[in-house]
Write a protein that binds this ligand. Sequence first.
Ligand SMILES: NC(=O)c1ccc[n+]([C@@H]2O[C@H](COP(=O)([O-])OP(=O)(O)OC[C@H]3O[C@@H](n4cnc5c(N)ncnc54)[C@H](OP(=O)(O)O)[C@@H]3O)[C@@H](O)[C@H]2O)c1
Length: 247
Amino acid sequence: MSALKNLLLVGGTSDIGRSTALQYAQAGWRVVLAARNPEEARRNADDIAARTGAEVTVELLDVLKTDEFAGFIDRLPALPDTVICVVGELGDQARAQTDAAHATSVIRTNFEAPALLLSLLAERFLIRGSGTIVGVSSVAGDRGRGSNYFYGAAKAGFTAFLSGLRNRLAASGIRVVTIKPGFVRTRMIEGMKTPGLLTAEPDETGRAIFRAAETGRGDVVYVRPVWRAVMTVISLIPEPLFKRLRL
Ligand SMILES: NC(=O)c1ccc[n+]([C@@H]2O[C@H](COP(=O)([O-])OP(=O)(O)OC[C@H]3O[C@@H](n4cnc5c(N)ncnc54)[C@H](OP(=O)(O)O)[C@@H]3O)[C@@H](O)[C@H]2O)c1
């Protein structure tokens, strides 16, 4: 039996996902990138393999095809030691307000799909008796804001799901880690003006995720710690005042 550890990274074409997978490959892990666009994921896999010498493979997965999840897990070369789900869709809030299909896609991509996939993996981890589950949620889930409440509500749902799963699995030795990035300079926020202090780089985020999952002990990790303070303040603003703010 090989001593190499296995990472499953769901969202293998994402900027944060690529940086995170690189960290694992550098630490000697075998990596599977799951993505709905396998050609793009293949480019990431080849790049990571060339830079690290690690084995990096690609599996096709559209997370909105939830009925394919069980078959997908069965086809994996190995049940992963760690699974990290970074899939997400920021969407367009204004469009989501009247376009139910778009709103549904945002809700399903950020909440329903990651929750259902990680739930199935959690049951497999329970049978084996080990595993680490990492969900990339967002500070946007800490409080609904007028500018992106479909995305924020879906992330809030995902955060609550991870909290519940962690609570249920606490005694089993299976870790569940919630990652809350603030702004990260990726294509998701391309063109947005964001304050430097509150904006992390993808590599920094990848390192923070690796640390949180493999060496840290935290359950809920803000990529830049300043965000914990920012979101605590935002969460404490009384609703009568909050509703007057344009956030
Ligand atoms: N960037 C930020 O400021 C920020 C802040 C807070 C939280 N986050 C979260 O961080 C995570 C990674 O985001 P990112 O910044 O790296 O942006 P990104 O590059 O746009 O990543 C989004 C990923 O989700 C994948 N995806 C979307 N729908 C999918 C589907 N149906 N099936 C399979 N994959 C699907 C995308 O695949 P395709 O390439 O095929 O579209 C892409 O790999 C997301 O969960 C995001 O919400 C980001």
